[in-house]
Design a protein around this ligand. Structure first.
Ligand code: RIB
Length: 290
């Protein structure tokens, strides 16, 4: 099967900081590195490195050819990435020594996707393929609706979290991933617990405690523990986890097996500085000792 990812593409400017800047503070960075990023691009690279065939549906600006070329070099299908007149999205990312971050996002071309583009891309998808979205592009609900109509397995990574954005895609979802606080916010907005949303699979990431799967059909709950690592940069680790989970499902693993493998990939990722360019491949993930 294949994975179709309606996803953001950003230039990530990553600044190593002595601490995260406070309001009104001027603070010199210790270094600056540039990476390919965007939650969408990170997930496409992660799922490709995990072994899946991934088609990215996205947009860059006239300045974004490098990003398309890099995705292509990493094995991601790029024939449904268009060039918009708006500049390519970018992220200004501050990372402090313990690995925590702060991100300023300029959406740019990521908000320039059109219905026509989504229709054309998904006309090539087959029933049973996975469609994933995050909350950094336009056309999320439209793509989710079409994906459901076509019999795709519709997945949503609720990041950056916005309760309205999740509710717009909720009726079409087979799979939802979000963190613990976001799950509480969504429960407040909908009046329903994650297992009551009518979604087959919900994964709640629990930070240092690991991740939880809730089977929406049976109500069964199972946890995967986090692995012990010393983080240097947590940026993109959640995207790596999600990309690996989706690839695992795509390649026929059980949810538990996919989460276990994804947990290893996410743990390895937090020991690396950077985003899409440093996502580990399956061999590295399998060989890693924690
Ligand atoms: O999740 C990390 C990502 O968030 C970065 O790559 C940045 O581009 C933003 O989209």
């Amino acid at each position: 099967m294949a994975i179709w990812n309606l996803g953001s593409i950003n230039a990530d400017m990553v600044y190593a900081m002595p601490h995260l800047p406070a309001a009104g503070e001027t603070l010199a960075a210790r270094s600056l590195d540039r990476f390919l990023g965007g939650k969408g691009a990170n997930m496409s690279v992660a799922a490709t490195r995990a072994g899946s065939s991934v088609n990215h549906i996205g947009a860059v600006g006239p300045d974004g050819e490098w990003a398309v070329e890099r995705l292509k070099a990493y094995g991601v299908g790029t024939s449904h990435i268009v060039q918009a007149v708006t500049p390519t999205g970018h992220a200004i990312i501050a990372v402090e020594p313990e690995g925590e971050n702060q991100i300023i996002l300029f959406p740019g071309a990521n908000r320039a996707l059109s219905q026509d583009q989504v229709d054309r891309a998904l006309s090539q998808a087959s029933a049973g393929d996975i469609l994933v979205m995050q909350n950094e592009t336009s056309m999320q609900a439209e793509a989710a609706r079409l994906g459901r109509q076509k019999g795709l397995r519709v997945c949503y990574a609720a990041a950056p979290f916005n309760a309205d954005a999740v509710q717009a895609v909720l009726p079409y979802l087979d799979f939802l991933i979000l963190n613990e606080i976001e799950a509480q916010q969504l429960a407040q907005a909908t009046g329903k617990q994650p297992g009551e949303l009518g979604i087959k699979d919900v994964i709640i990431t629990l930070g240092a405690k690991g991740a939880r799967h809730i089977d929406g059909d049976t109500g069964a709950v199972s946890d995967v523990p986090a692995l012990p690592v010393t983080p240097v940069d947590t940026t993109g680790a959640g995207d790596t986890f999600t990309g690996y989970v989706l690839s695992g499902l795509d390649l026929g693993l059980t949810v538990a097996e996919a989460m276990e493998q994804a947990s290893r990939a996410g743990a390895l990722m937090v020991t690396r500085r950077g985003t899409a360019d440093v996502i580990p491949d399956l061999k590295e993930v399998q060989a890693a000792r924690f």
